[in-house]
Design a binder for this molecule. Structure first.
Ligand code: ARG
Length: 584
């Protein structure tokens, strides 16, 4: 099933190859910037005109003559210096809407060549409680996993937990001194974080504390039985607490292979890097330096300074024999390549780690991993109203659990006002779907590379580009069917006459494009924007075109538009990890 854009593109390509030589490079067609002029536009005559020194308007006219558009679009109009504008015909739109309606995938094709795609996301450091910073990685990663899966790829969701770093030295030291097994069981995050913070504070001024924490870590990494056992306890309870959060969010992982899983592989990785001459010794440590193959300004192992370039090595073993974050990541690449046969790995991790990943990917390529696409899908920071990183009123980082609680609380209050008659149970369910949906959507609707200002009022608003607005549009459509007393739509043919019907139909056909674009650029906000525009056009349609009151043929045709809109909203939201409800 071609999308309208693909359909026009194919026809223009055909005409171009008949008429122009050499054939200018595709693609030729893009959506019309102003829908009053048409649905799609090509500037290929302008490009060819420049190339062959011919009058572009003449070329456009010749192209218009040879194009075979048979019923897909009206005869194109020549505009401006030599554009061609295309308007899809109502018959074509009606046919396409009917096809989408009969298709469980709503016109979204599966890929011709499925890949094995590892999505590395959420990945919190569990010495500390999950906080607001983990929201973005968790919801973005979840949405990307869903998108790639929907497109037919083989997706492996892997939570690369920070369960092995320096934090654990401090925790072990502190826990041995003042740990409480009861508290650990009851609220592992809070207990471990309290210990961690206390030791961290002491370590700032007290060298002996620093030293003690370091030796606890060394003991752990060398396999000391007591430390190992304690660490296993920490991990067990922390994982259970994490699970509660992920379940609440509807986020699932295929694997939780934390940093600790790679511990035994690290000496071998470093030995191999040394043997192949990729890493070398430097001041007692082992590191990867520039190999001089890249222009200095693109070389992640160099940084520019006033006097020129300075080395910016990637450490893989510290002088005290400990291993680094990067060493684990290299071991992880090897593992994912060998065990999962990964063809693509998406690292959904914040912007501050851009340098780490540039170095890591470059090191991996030098190490021979050239047949796996490595992508750092980075994101910006969530800001408070003061444009500084979002914090609680007390000035602390906002805990993940508190964030979810507040989302549900606030949604619950709004729902109580709108629907006082609901039972507590019904309200709680709605509050969860609406509150958590709103929270996720607020994040996904932003271009991920941009820092955004967090606002409860905005994200829970029932109008605007929000989850509640989309969920509400879905609910409204379901209400139409309930009112009509219909569960199944009578067989009918789609007929489109009203401008609002045509506009809604055109939008309905763009669903596949928005999904493909969101996946390709790892930017779910394209899909959000699409769904928002779809819901808006639906409301316009619903205001302009009576459905239930219309005479039968029109009513049934419009019911098809309603149903396809509802299914598209539901599927689109599902790809964002957001649920719908039947009533709200
Ligand atoms: N635990 C890390 C952090 O919180 C993120 C890990 C991301 N994944 C990776 N393979 N490095 O910063």
């Amino acid at each position: 099933m071609n999308t309208p854009r693909q359909e026009i593109e194919a026809r223009v390509a055909q005409g171009v190859s008949k008429l122009f030589s050499p054939v200018p490079p595709a693609p030729y067609v893009r959506p019309c910037p102003d829908s009053r002029h048409g649905d799609f536009q090509t500037n290929v005559a302008l490009i060819q005109g420049k190339e062959s020194k011919a009058n572009p308007r003449d070329l456009a006219a010749q192209l218009a003559e040879v194009l075979e558009l048979d019923g897909v679009a009206e005869k194109p109009e020549i505009a401006g210096p030599g554009f061609l504008n295309f308007r899809l015909t109502p018959e074509y739109l009606a046919r396409q809407v009917t096809q989408r309606w009969g298709d469980a995938r709503l016109g979204v094709p599966t890929v011709a060549q499925p890949e094995t795609v590892v999505v590395d996301y959420s990945s919190p450091n569990i010495a500390k409680e999950m906080h607001v910073g983990h929201l973005r990685s968790t919801v973005l990663g979840d949405s990307l996993a869903r998108l790639y899966c929907f497109l037919g790829h083989h997706v492996i969701a892997d939570n690369h937990l920070g369960d092995w770093g320096t934090g654990f030295g401090m925790i072990l030291f502190g826990y041995k001194r003042e740990g409480d097994p009861e508290k650990l069981k009851r609220d592992p995050f809070a207990h471990l974080e309290a210990i961690y913070q206390k030791v961290q504070r002491e370590a700032k001024t007290d060298e002996t504390v620093r030293e003690a924490a370091r030796s606890e870590l060394v003991l752990l990494q060398q396999g000391d039985a007591k430390n190992r056992k304690l660490w296993e306890e920490f991990l067990k309870y922390s994982l259970a607490a994490l699970d509660v959060i992920y379940q609440r969010l509807g986020v699932q992982f295929d694997y939780t292979l934390g940093e600790s899983s790679y511990n035994d592989a690290l000496p071998g990785v470093v030995a191999d890097l040394l043997e192949r001459g990729i890493a070398r010794e430097s001041e007692g440590a082992i590191a990867i330096f520039s190999d001089g193959t890249l222009p200095p300004k693109d070389d992640p192992f160099l940084v520019s300074e006033k006097e020129g370039y300075r080395d910016n090595p990637l450490l893989v073993r510290k002088s005290d024999g400990g291993y680094n974050y990067a060493t684990t990541d290299l071991a992880t690449i090897r593992y994912r390549h060998e065990k999962f046969h990964a063809q693509r790995v998406l690292y959904v991790v914040g912007g501050p780690q851009q340098m780490h990943f540039r170095q890591l990917f470059s090191a991996a390529r030098r190490w021979g991993y050239n047949d796996v696409k490595l992508e750092h899908v980075w994101f910006g920071t969530i800001l408070g109203a003061d444009k500084k990183p979002f914090r609680s009123r007390e000035g602390e980082t906002v805990k993940f659990r508190a964030l979810l609680d507040e989302a549900e609380d606030r949604a619950g209050k709004i729902i109580s006002e709108k629907r006082p008659e609901l039972s507590d149970n019904e309200r709680a369910t709605l509050a969860r779907v609406v509150g958590l949906g709103a929270l996720k959507y607020a994040d996904l609707a932003q271009n991920r590379n941009i820092d955004y200002v967090f606002s409860w009022e905005k994200l829970l608003a029932f109008d605007g580009n929000t989850a509640p607005y989309l969920q509400n549009a879905y609910v409204r459509i379901r209400a139409i069917f309930r009112k009509a007393g219909l569960e199944k739509i009578p067989e009918a043919s789609v007929q489109l006459t009203e401008p609002a019907e045509l506009a809604l139909s055109r939008k309905l056909l763009d669903f596949a494009d928005s999904v493909l674009m969101a996946a390709e650029e790892y930017r779910p906000h394209y899909l959000c924007l699409y769904l928002f525009e779809l819901a808006t056009l639906f409301h316009k349609f619903y205001e302009a075109c009576p459905v239930i009151q219309a005479e039968e043929a029109t009513r049934n045709s419009r019911l098809i538009l309603c149903d396809l809109t509802a299914r598209t909203l539901r599927q689109g939201l599902n790809l964002l990890g957001i649920d719908v409800v039947e009533q709200m």
